[in-house]
Design a protein around this ligand. Structure first.
Ligand code: HEM
Length: 115
């Protein structure tokens, strides 16, 4: 059983002394990892007490990094806190909409130039 830790609690741990963050609805205590992080202390400090899912994904962390996460997991968010505060990764949707908009514009331009 993993402990349930509220987002309110996570927010309190945002210093070098105690640094927690949320990645994909799980809570991590990375205090001891600060000095070891290949991406530096600052990147972790910037995400201290926050939802770091997006930041973590944006970097394109390796499988090794994901494996390492397990070591620092201390719990999960309660159902009520899940996804709240979490920037949903809607990249696919964004690109699909952009492609659709592009297609429409091209369609309009073609129609105008053909007539
Ligand atoms: C507990 C969470 C994290 C773990 C376990 C972790 C682990 C790692 C590891 C193992 C690497 C080496 C490269 C790789 O294997 O991908 C790395 C690189 C890096 N990480 Fe993290 N990381 C965490 C969170 C974050 C966060 C929240 C950020 C915020 C932006 C971040 C930014 C970076 C950057 C910028 C690099 C350097 C990439 C490079 O130089 O190519 N990391 N991290």
């Amino acid at each position: 059983m993993t402990a349930e830790i509220s987002f309110k609690e996570v927010k309190k741990h945002k210093s070098k002394k105690s640094l927690w963050m949320v990645i994909h609805n799980d809570v991590y205590d990375v205090t001891k990892f600060l000095e070891e992080h290949p991406g530096g202390e600052d990147t972790l400090l910037e995400n201290a007490g926050k939802d770091a899912s997006q930041a973590f994904e944006d970097v394109g962390h390796s499988e090794d990094a994901r494996e390492l996460l397990k070591k620092y997991k201390i719990g999960t968010l309660p159902a009520a806190d899940k996804r709240k505060d979490i920037p949903l990764n809607c990249n696919t949707l964004k690109w699909a909409l952009l492609a659709l908009a592009g297609a429409i514009v091209i369609g309009i331009v073609l129609k105008k130039t053909m007539t």
